[in-house]
Design a protein around this ligand. Structure first.
Ligand SMILES: *[C@@H]1O[C@H](CO)[C@@H](O)[C@H](O)[C@H]1NC(C)=O
Ligand SMILES: *[C@@H]1O[C@H](CO)[C@@H](O)[C@H](O)[C@H]1NC(C)=O
Ligand SMILES: *[C@@H]1O[C@H](CO)[C@@H](O)[C@H](O)[C@H]1NC(C)=O
Ligand SMILES: *[C@@H]1O[C@H](CO)[C@@H](O)[C@H](O)[C@H]1NC(C)=O
Length: 457
């Protein structure tokens, strides 16, 4: 019997690429009584299409963000100098040759190559901030409306004069060419300095140490992780899930063809395998995918819990067009009810509960870690990545705020006369739903990758 199990495991390990990515991504998910197959079916067939429709509405497509804050932790060493790269970049032809290449040695082939890479990274990573005149005016009206509503607290960026609205539909999350040491430094400081992990415990598969890493490192790491309380363990897995989602997006919207007359975006299976094939990642890939499901479930749970907030009669998805606003509110409530109907949730007595004093301390720890991670996002050199990074960390932060405020949400007054004890700002609402939209899209994309990998057999 043991031998058979061993053989099966062996076959799985060395089987086809689709198996190496997905065979371990099945069945029950840890810390939750749910399984992958149920999540796939629920998301792909029910939630995903409705959510897409909602996210295309005006309320959800405009996100206010400050993309110009300096990195508080280190000086950016980007050779691409993305800080001087205007958010709306000029095309190279508009910039005189002398200015374009003044800081580079034109005669060194290497510098020229770098230049080409930089041009590409700048171009793909730039954020399109164009808005129509009507949109601009309408947005002014929206913020007037929002200012009149009672505010709980300002989220960092919201009040800053440097903040601007960005149309998310014009700036899809996809491959930008932002990679290499700089991108790696961002993720590394998140994992190393902000995930409650002591330095002595090493993460498996840190780049550069790949060849020297042995199985024992992974073992130490996972046994450390298992020893953490459920929330801190959850925190690490949420970050890892976010990382997976971002990588799935850039593998699914890879720049396949970049020529004068067309840009073609699509699935790049080999990029996907680089990140998720168990053989190419020393067994880490499938764990990363499981963490994506975990993140999905946490955000889904937050959506289910926040329903009473949106059900308040006074709540509007305000864009100044009452009929549309009402229609979108109904769609939103429908989606939240759907989230609530999903049967397989977490063990309520184990996650975000515990004794009250301990829970309060934990809540504060996690809040601070999150705040810090959102500041790290200001160090992301590529503007489009920074935009989506900020949006997704804010969305996840909002999910956690909801999960930690269950009691206040349940106690929301039915009438609008009392000051509510729980509030969400427009920015939090937009980020909450859009961040979940990204994760939902990633789960949907896994289905495509499964099919593409199976074709390769
Ligand atoms: C903004 O609000 C004013 C007054 O309520 C209204 O007259 C105007 O049409 C609104 N503008 C837009 C673009 O919705
Ligand atoms: C915030 O993150 C930075 C960069 O990773 C790190 O150096 C710093 O210790 C963190 N601060 C807190 C309070 O966690
Ligand atoms: C797919 O990604 C790999 C890197 O993982 C790259 O080398 C390859 O050129 C890409 N394929 C296409 C068609 O762009
Ligand atoms: C839920 O968690 C509590 C405390 O950790 C545990 O005693 C209980 O057995 C769990 N329930 C289920 C159904 O797993």
């Amino acid at each position: 019997m043991k031998l058979v199990v061993f053989l099966l495991l062996f076959l799985q390990q060395s089987g086809s690429a689709d198996c190496r990515c997905f065979c371990q991504v099945t069945g029950d998910l840890d810390d939750c009584t749910c399984d992958v197959e149920t999540v796939d079916d629920f998301n792909n067939n029910q939630l995903f299409p409705k959510l897409q429709t909602l996210l295309e509405s005006d309320y959800f497509r405009f996100y206010k963000v400050n993309l110009n804050k300096p990195c508080p932790f280190w000086t950016s060493i980007s050779h691409c100098g993305l800080r001087d790269c205007a958010v709306k970049p000029c095309s190279p032809n508009e910039v005189p040759e002398g200015i374009r290449s003044s800081s580079h040695n034109k005669y060194s082939a290497e510098a020229n190559e770098e230049q080409v890479d930089c041009e590409q990274a700048k171009h793909l990573g730039a954020v399109d901030v164009s808005l129509s005149k009507e949109t601009r005016e309408a947005l002014l009206n929206w913020s007037k409306h929002d200012d009149e509503a009672e505010r709980f607290c300002l989220v960092d960026d919201e009040g800053s004069p440097d903040s601007q609205y960005v149309d998310l539909l014009l700036n899809p999350e996809r491959f930008t060419g932002y990679r290499g040491p700089e991108a790696w430094q961002i993720w590394n400081s998140i994992y190393e300095e902000n995930c409650f992990k002591p330095y002595t415990v090493r993460r498996p598969l840190v780049p550069n140490s790949f060849h020297s890493s042995s199985g024992s490192e992974a073992k130490t790491f996972y046994s450390w992780l298992e020893g953490q309380c459920v929330e801190k363990r959850a925190f690490y897995r949420l970050i890892s899930g976010l990382h997976s989602s971002i990588n799935i997006h850039l593998s699914a919207r890879y720049l396949l063809d970049d020529s004068w007359f067309q840009k073609k975006w699509g699935h790049n299976v080999s990029e996907f395998r680089q990140r998720f094939d168990s053989e190419l990642t020393a067994g880490e890939g499938p764990k990363r995918l499981r963490n994506l499901y975990f993140l999905y479930l946490i955000e889904l749970r937050a959506l289910a819990k926040v329903l009473p907030f949106f059900q308040q009669p006074s709540f509007r998805l305000y864009t100044g067009r009452p009929e549309e606003d009402q229609k979108h509110k109904e769609l939103l409530l429908h989606i939240l009810q759907l989230a609530r109907s999903f049967p397989l949730h977490f063990n309520e007595t184990s996650l975000f509960a515990g004794d009250e004093k301990e829970a309060a301390k934990l809540k504060e720890d996690i809040r601070l870690a999150f705040l810090n991670i959102s500041r790290i996002m200001d160090c992301v050199g590529c503007f489009k990545c920074r935009l989506w990074g900020k949006l997704q960390t804010q969305g996840l932060g909002t999910s956690l705020k909801i999960l930690f405020s269950e009691r206040q949400i349940e106690a929301l007054p039915a009438s609008s006369n009392q000051r509510p004890s729980f509030q969400l700002s427009r920015q939090e609402i937009v980020s909450l739903l859009n961040a979940f939209g990204r994760i939902s899209t990633s789960i949907r994309e896994l289905k495509n990758f499964r099919a593409l990998l199976a074709e390769e057999r």
